[in-house]
Design a protein around this ligand. Structure first.
Ligand code: ATP
Length: 437
């Protein structure tokens, strides 16, 4: 894998070149910490979220999904502790005026950029403010959610009374979150607008004394990343030494981003912090009634909280390869898992100026495209088209040539092995079904 200093650069340059990710508001000079997903990026992200939903909701009997509002009552954020403590102590360099998070400085005695003297730490709130209403002076000041978690906890009672869930059960959600990050950077790694994918899993406190669900979810989430092709040696668990205000235990799943392990997802034991806080601030009862034991109590929560954009970035890094192709040439290829790949296959007529080839290729493209995202390319020579699809991570390229007209078969080229085989046109669909699962 390329070194740290250039893996972010290499992936961001490929991402822009091929239409995965562009800088936000670029024609106006950009807006720091925001990113726009292009035609390939939107597919990658949709696939990732779909796989998460399959993992979290569709394949489980004890997890349901919700989609809560991004803007919530400001009281939610008072209760959750975000207004008080969702702020990182910052220091500023008196010479170059760069600001740093105190917890990210290895040496807090001098500026890491210029060696200058640093100010005392100050609190800055990371919540993004917004105002609802139309009449000036009467607008309600509130916040874009800083995490999607609270939308779940405030709906705990609604889910209990409108569904048949019983402890232990989970509520999953995927959606946008916003943070006024002081130092956005590392491409999409730290953005001001990003998406999260989470499960809040509620359990009986006495069942969790052994930390069994905490350990269970750690392993489940690790296996999920592996199942989508992430290389095991690039993943590791790191326990938090300093716990956030709400946490009883916390562990990060980290990814080796070119030599430095960085947080990709957090598994947190939140205890009964959230439900009790919302009960205290809303004055609504947030307990669970156990029909069997006739006991009423506040469940504990184990949370799995991952970043969709961070996972997308790390999947791109993990898939990125620069390879010699054996003929003195080299290629850049994204060996994305087929489930994540934006396009599952590309269809080409060997020559763009031969109507019979184009017509047959179009027919194959149209037949396949309802079920899968299928690319079309007729520009340049076949070698260039292969290279372009390699960079897009497309697992299969299907070429229609003169033999196809007579024998009703096509060449299918495998992205990773580059092996080409002849497949009857009538069998293409089942061939792709078998390969793409
Ligand atoms: P960090 O220490 O990197 O700021 P965090 O510990 O504050 O992250 P959490 O609040 O636990 O992060 O959020 C859960 C997940 O949401 C993170 O593991 C990450 O994948 C994602 N995430 C958090 N902040 C950002 C951000 N600014 N940009 C992109 N993804 C983010």
């Amino acid at each position: 894998m390329p070194h740290m200093e250039n893996i972010f650069e290499k992936v961001s340059s490929l991402a822009k070149r091929r239409g995965f990710i562009y800088p936000g508001s670029e024609i106006y000079g950009g807006l720091a910490g925001t990113w726009d997903y292009g035609p390939l990026g939107v597919e990658l992200k949709r696939n990732l979220k779909e796989e998460f939903w399959k993992f979290a909701v569709k394949t489980r009997d004890n997890v349901v999904g919700i989609d809560a509002a991004i803007v919530m009552s400001p009281k939610v954020w008072e209760a959750s502790g975000h207004l008080a403590s969702f702020s990182d102590p910052l220091v500023e360099c008196k010479k170059c005026h760069h600001r740093f998070r105190l917890d990210q400085l290895s040496d807090s005695s001098k500026c890491p950029d210029c060696g200058g003297e640093l100010t005392e730490p100050k609190q800055f709130n990371l919540m993004v403010e917004t105002y609802l209403g139309v009449v000036e002076g009467e607008k309600l000041k509130t916040y874009l959610r800083g995490e999607i978690t609270q939308g779940v906890h405030v709906n705990f009672k609604n889910v209990l009374s409108s569904t048949r869930v019983k402890l232990p059960f989970g509520i999953a959600q995927v959606g946008k979150a916003f943070r006024n990050e002081i130092t956005p950077g590392g491409f999409t790694f730290r953005s001001r607008e990003f998406e999260q994918m989470e499960i809040q899993f509620y359990v009986k406190p006495e069942e969790e004394e052994s930390m069994k669900w905490f350990e269970y979810w750690k392993e489940e989430r690790r296996k999920w990343y592996l199942s989508l092709g992430m290389r095991g040696e690039n993943l590791k668990f790191t326990d938090h030494e300093q716990l956030a205000h709400y946490a009883r235990a916390a562990c990060d799943i980290e990814y080796n981003a070119g030599g430095e392990f960085k947080e990709m997802e957090g598994i947190h034991h939140r205890g009964d912090w959230d439900l009790k806080q919302h009960e205290a601030y809303s004055k609504e009862d947030m307990t669970y009634f156990d029909e069997e034991t006739k006991e009423r109590f506040h469940p504990w929560t184990i949370e799995t909280s991952g970043g969709v954009d961070r996972a997308a970035l790390f999947f791109l890094m993990d898939a990125y390869r620069e390879e010699e192709t054996g003929d003195g040439e080299s290629r850049t290829v994204l060996k994305l898992h087929p489930k994540l790949a934006p396009y599952k296959a590309a269809v080409f007529p060997l020559l763009a100026n031969k109507p019979q080839l184009v017509e047959l290729a179009k027919k194959i493209h149209d037949d396949l495209k309802g079920g899968y995202m299928i690319a079309w390319d007729e520009r340049g020579n076949i070698g260039k088209r292969y290279r372009a699809q390699d960079e897009a991570g497309t697992p299969f390229c299907i070429t229609v040539d003169f033999d196809s007209l007579e024998k009703n078969d096509v060449t299918v080229r495998d992205r990773d092995s580059m092996i080409q085989e002849r497949i009857p046109i009538a069998e293409l669909k089942s061939y792709l079904d078998a390969k793409l699962g």
